[in-house]
Design a protein around this ligand. Structure first.
Ligand SMILES: [Mg+2]
Length: 264
């Protein structure tokens, strides 16, 4: 099915496990579509659990300098409009980690966050180079963690976070803790409002592979669900209409498959 464009197209994409291969972080299999989107001047918005410090060099490598982006699962977002930088989310990482440390001390919950780890540990968990692991640790507003405790304690952990105005979302590798007023869907809604106020309205196509992508995939006009690595599959509330496509391949191959499904 080819999509109907009532406005110029904007593509919003998750990175790890979507545009980037889950294991190798390569995007070779997406190059052909990346070239086509660039030639058509389609804005490509990264919407990722990665940090701004990781996203900016990737954008530069793909020729997308100064493109808008959503970082840290929607706890941060940034776009340049009419020469002015607009930002979403508060850089409260220090306070968030202090809260988590206190909660762990009080409750005895067992979990390990990026703030508790060395760059080498983060590199081991993710397969990133040591240099890129350091960029992944330059967090501003959301903490990524590995849960090492029981499911019962996990439910209690989630409840304690909720009481503190925080939420949990599941990515391809980690759990992510961030404020309740954050998330890929809320950050994208903010960004689309900023563009609309500047007189730019888009038809949006979103691509993602994890449960953390669901709020973004609910919001876009057309959604591609890529075969993912999370334990939990992506479940969308929206109708399984002709506007949702489930790619059969993972990573950049599924990403390209999804674009080929909707675009000529
Ligand atoms: Mg992903």
């Amino acid at each position: 099915m080819v999509m109907t464009l009532s406005h110029p197209l904007m593509v919003v994409t998750d990175l790890d496990g979507s545009l980037l291969d889950h294991h190798t972080y390569r995007w070779d299999n997406a190059l052909s579509w990346l070239d086509r989107l660039r030639a058509r001047e389609v804005p490509l918005v990264f919407c990722s659990s990665k940090t701004a410090a990781e996203i900016r060099p990737l954008q530069a490598e793909m020729g997308l300098e100064d493109a808008p982006f959503i970082a840290e699962n929607g706890a941060r977002a940034s776009c340049l409009l009419d020469g002015e930088r607009r930002e979403f989310g508060q850089p409260n990482y220090g306070a968030l980690c202090a809260f988590l440390r206190q909660l762990r001390a009080d409750s005895g919950f067992r979990f390990t966050g990026f703030a508790d780890a060395t760059a080498q540990q983060v590199a081991d968990w993710t397969g990133l180079s040591l240099a890129n692991a350091r960029l992944a640790m330059q967090r501003e507003a959301a903490e990524s963690l590995i849960w090492r405790d029981s499911e019962a304690h996990f439910a209690a952990f989630r409840q304690r976070l909720q009481q503190a105005g925080l939420q949990l979302t599941e990515g391809g590798r980690f759990w992510h803790v961030m404020p309740q007023e954050a998330g890929k869907g809320l950050a994208l809604a903010w960004m689309l409002r900023e563009f609309a106020m500047a007189g730019q309205t888009f038809t949006t196509l979103g691509l993602g592979d994890g449960p953390n992508d669901a709020p973004m995939l609910e919001l876009v006009d057309y959604a591609v669900v890529i075969k993912g690595h999370s334990k939990t599959p992506v479940t969308l509330m929206r109708d399984a209409s002709s506007r949702v496509y489930y790619a059969t391949a993972p990573g950049p191959t599924g990403w390209s498959e999804g674009l080929s499904h909707f675009l000529l």
